[in-house]
Design a binder for this molecule. Structure first.
Ligand code: HEC
Ligand code: HEC
Length: 303
């Protein structure tokens, strides 16, 4: 009996490792709290799959309840991004992947300790050898996490509409799309396939008093970058509330009200993009249409 059980688990194990590729290993690591100092948090604790790999708190909460200073963005639709983090301080998904592990307010674990844990874990150690021909090391850990995240690309009714299915989105959403492209000027910054141009822009959430995060400028050291943040993709935006780098807007409607009249929210914005100089003067029904359009960017799996 005892021998039989051992035989069975050995069989399962070898079968599993044959099936696993780098992305599948990355998925398992993404979900595993082995990468946090006190074994309480995985990447998925903040990038929660059911919220399009974002979370629901304004700013992130790391080990021992430590608060970060920024909102957790979705880690879906990362394949085409040119930089990562709100301030673009990582240039590849691989470079990005190791930072949350070491960040004291996130997982707070030195990479060398993470690697020791994986090497001592006989199943992980074997999986790395099977997949890459080597025991766990930092660059392979980064590669696995990045390869998994590159599989998280999503479509939407909007995409089907753009491909010619004119009934894929409602008439209201179609009016919203026109507002997005014209009166709302949204497309000036949220353009290309993922509705972001991957540029750093300042929509006015920096006044050095209430809004103190200087964003890109802290990385580039260029005063012209004060208050600029990476324009986020709008895919699945309906389920990634709250919004903005600091999570200060709770609903899509608040975001739309902001773009309509930014001065009502932040009276002394510094270095705000000139595109936001004039109130948009959206009517109530235009605001609703714009929101309906943003909701058409949600992938089927989240409905
Ligand atoms: C404690 C919460 C938390 C954990 C745990 C966490 N993240 Fe994040 N993640 C964030 C926050 C907050 C940001 C934005 C930080 C910033 O811009 O300074 C972020 C940013 C990212 C981004 C960049 C997204 C973009 O649009 O540029 C990716 C990719 C990502 N995380 C992947 C991961 C991976 C992989 C792990 C696990 C190794 C992980 N995260 C663990 C909170 C977390
Ligand atoms: C000048 C460039 C620019 C314009 C114009 C613009 N955006 Fe943005 N958008 C951004 C940037 C940059 C952010 C992130 C800002 C921050 O966190 O401080 C953002 C954030 C957002 C978010 C929050 C996304 C998230 O995941 O938190 C939504 C929703 C959004 N924009 C929708 C719109 C809509 C709708 C319009 C048109 C009415 C619009 N944007 C016009 C650059 C722009």
């Amino acid at each position: 009996m005892f021998m039989g059980l051992v035989g069975l688990s050995f069989f399962n194990f070898t079968q599993r490792s044959q099936e696993m590729d780098s992305a599948a290993l990355g998925k398992r690591l993404f979900m595993d709290s082995i990468l946090s100092a006190d074994y309480t948090l995985s990447c998925a604790s903040c990038h929660r799959p059911e919220f399009a790999f974002a979370d629901t708190s304004a700013v992130s909460v790391g080990v021992a309840g430590r608060k970060g200073n920024r909102n957790t963005p979705s880690s879906m639709n990362m394949s085409a991004r040119e930089s990562f983090f709100w301030d673009g301080r990582a240039l590849t998904l691989e470079e990005q992947a190791l930072k949350p592990i070491e960040n004291p307010v996130e997982m707070n674990l030195k990479i060398e300790h993470a690697i020791e844990r994986l090497q001592r874990h006989s199943e992980y150690n074997q999986l790395f050898i099977d997949i890459y021909g080597e025991s766990p090391n930092a660059s392979l850990l980064a590669r696995a996490l990045a390869d998994f995240q590159r599989t998280l690309e999503t479509g939407s009714p909007y995409d089907r509409f753009m491909q010619g299915d004119s009934s894929a989105i409602s008439a209201a959403a179609q009016r919203g799309l026109t507002l997005f492209n014209e009166k709302g000027k949204c497309i000036e910054c949220h353009f290309a396939a993922d509705l972001t141009g991957d540029e750093f822009r300042n929509i006015g959430l920096y006044d050095n008093k209430i809004y103190q995060d200087s964003g890109r400028a802290a990385i580039s050291k260029n005063p012209e970058d004060l208050g600029k943040f990476k324009t986020p993709s709008l895919r699945n935006v309906a389920i990634t509330a709250p919004y903005m780098h600091d999570g200060s807007f709770r609903t899509l409607r608040e975001v739309i009200d902001y773009y309509d009249q930014p001065d009502k929210f932040v009276s002394h914005a510094i270095n705000r993009d000139t595109l936001l100089n004039k109130p948009l003067q959206l009517t109530e029904s235009e605001k609703q249409d714009l929101e309906t359009f943003l909701r058409s960017l949600t992938a089927k799996q989240f409905n």
